[in-house]
Design a protein around this ligand. Structure first.
Ligand code: NAI
Length: 334
């Protein structure tokens, strides 16, 4: 049994976390959950968006599955997601983006990409301040250490998973020092992996290419801001935020989470799609070495998606979260 910290999160988080718990229990996945709170739920229960009890639980268990958390725009407490990534040195944000059966996309040939996003620095370092009342400044921080670390993670993944190519994403034509340093580090690391092809692409061109011909790419590696944007773009290629899992990985800790946010427009209505959180849970099981349980859950979900009946409204269906969850459970082991 693995003890895992479960943070249901805000908005639709509790609904999809409950669905995940039910599927894991029915699949007899060897996981015991330790329930913790953060975000608005942390404030409501403990007066703190990131209670010490939650941090202690992750510290001890080393692995967490997290629902989405509310982040106030332009004011309020600092993003809890960013804080967690910093606290646990989760430098690598990994998002596999793959076409799923039964989910229509614009790409009949299918999409199969993996995005590696540097998770600790760049314009997300939080180093910004107001200059008088009419200006503000934010620092884009890129270090050689963090750049090498994320590029190495991408190449190691490519080598281990039989991927052919790693593409470094940048805007070094304009940001010659910061993105220039990132690129130099990528070139250096690429030399350690001669069996994996290496290429570079400017981020705006990449966005266009991804929409037109996503099959051109295999593994993408990017600094934080570009990585954030292209990973959501990639989610859109395969059916949207409701079906893409994610992981934040470091040397000692790992937090798995769906890519989407709290979906306030549908929260509490029992129509949230639990697929992304479930797929994140399946990734977590693989990370824990529990491949059969991960495969069982993924296969049951794929059967439901392929069947096309028990699908939530975001997928074009009319099923509730509870109905889709029940259908997944029914398909376990089939
Ligand atoms: P969002 O991802 O919550 O919603 C965008 C659209 O996608 C909405 O129409 C929503 O209904 C739909 N959607 C998202 N997940 C869905 C699901 N599982 N099933 C069905 N439909 C789904 O993005 P938005 O509106 O920009 O952000 C809302 C809040 O979430 C903000 O406070 C934001 O800061 C936070 N957020 C948190 C994240 C995290 O904790 N990892 C990630 C992204 C946003």
């Amino acid at each position: 049994m693995h003890t895992v910290t479960l943070i249901p999160g805000d908005g639709i988080g509790p609904e999809i976390a409950e669905a995940t718990r039910q599927v894991f229990a029915a699949a007899e996945a060897p996981v015991t959950w330790e329930l913790c709170y953060a975000g608005q739920a942390g404030i409501t229960r403990f007066g703190d968006p990131l209670p010490e009890q939650t941090l202690d639980s992750i510290r001890a268990n080393k692995v967490a599955l997290k629902g989405p958390l509310t982040t106030q725009v332009g004011a309020g407490y600092r993003s809890i997601n960013v804080t967690l990534r910093k606290e646990f040195q989760l430098y690598c944000n990994l998002r596999p983006v793959k076409s799923l059966p039964g989910i229509k996309t614009r790409y009949p040939e299918g999409v199969d990409l993996v995005v590696f996003r540097e998770n600790t620095e760049d314009l997300y370092s939080g180093a910004e301040h107001q200059v008088g009342s009419q200006a503000a400044v934010g620092l884009k921080i890129i270090t050689a250490e963090a750049s090498r670390r994320i590029v190495r993670a991408a190449f190691e993944y490519a080598a281990a998973h039989g991927r052919k190519k790693v593409t470094a994403v940048h805007k070094a034509n304009i940001m010659k020092f910061t993105d220039g340093l990132f690129l130099n580090c990528a070139r250096e690391v690429a030399k350690e992996f001669p069996a994996v092809e290496y290429e570079e692409v400017i981020v705006d061109n990449l966005c266009m290419q991804l929409v037109v011909r996503p099959g051109k790419y295999d593994v993408l590696v990017a600094p934080n801001l570009y990585g954030d944007i292209i990973s959501d773009l990639c989610a859109g290629l395969v059916g949207g935020l409701g079906v893409v899992p994610g992981a934040n990985l470091g040397a000692d800790w790992a937090i798995f989470e769906a890519v989407h946010g709290t979906a306030p427009d549908i929260a509490g209505r029992n129509i949230a799609n639990p697929a992304a959180m479930l797929l994140s849970g399946a990734m977590m099981l693989e990370y824990l070495g529990e491949r059969p349980a991960a495969a069982k859950i993924r296969s049951a979900l794929e059967k439901v998606l392929a069947g096309g009946e028990a699908q939530t409204p975001d997928l074009g269906g009319q099923a509730t979260t509870a109905e889709m969850t029940a259908a997944i459970i029914k398909n376990l082991g089939r």
